[in-house]
Design a protein around this ligand. Structure first.
Ligand SMILES: [Zn+2]
Length: 85
């Protein structure tokens, strides 16, 4: 699950830069029909921005009880086991 999220995030970053590159080139060439490119760029931008906290949420799961730990701590608030980093 974590690997998949990382892969999606990396793809979003690559598409984001490529897309804005294409949009930029289109503008330089006097082509202003770039709405689709802008939408793709915005979607990728949202994935890149939102992806960080979502990834952290998955990363913050307790390895023993699989519950999400919202606060950083040495011990899991659900099962009380020590979390080794
Ligand atoms: Zn736990």
């Amino acid at each position: 699950m974590k690997k998949m999220l990382t892969a999606i995030w990396i793809i979003a970053v690559i598409v984001f830069f490529m897309d804005w590159g294409i949009v930029g080139l289109s503008l330089l060439n006097g082509n202003y029909e770039i709405q689709a490119g802008i939408y793709i760029g915005i979607v990728c931008w949202v994935i890149v921005i939102v992806g960080g906290p979502i990834y952290k949420l998955f990363d913050g799961r307790c390895p023993y009880c699989e519950k999400i730990r919202l606060q950083e701590g040495k011990y899991c608030p659900h099962c009380g086991k020590e979390i080794k980093k």
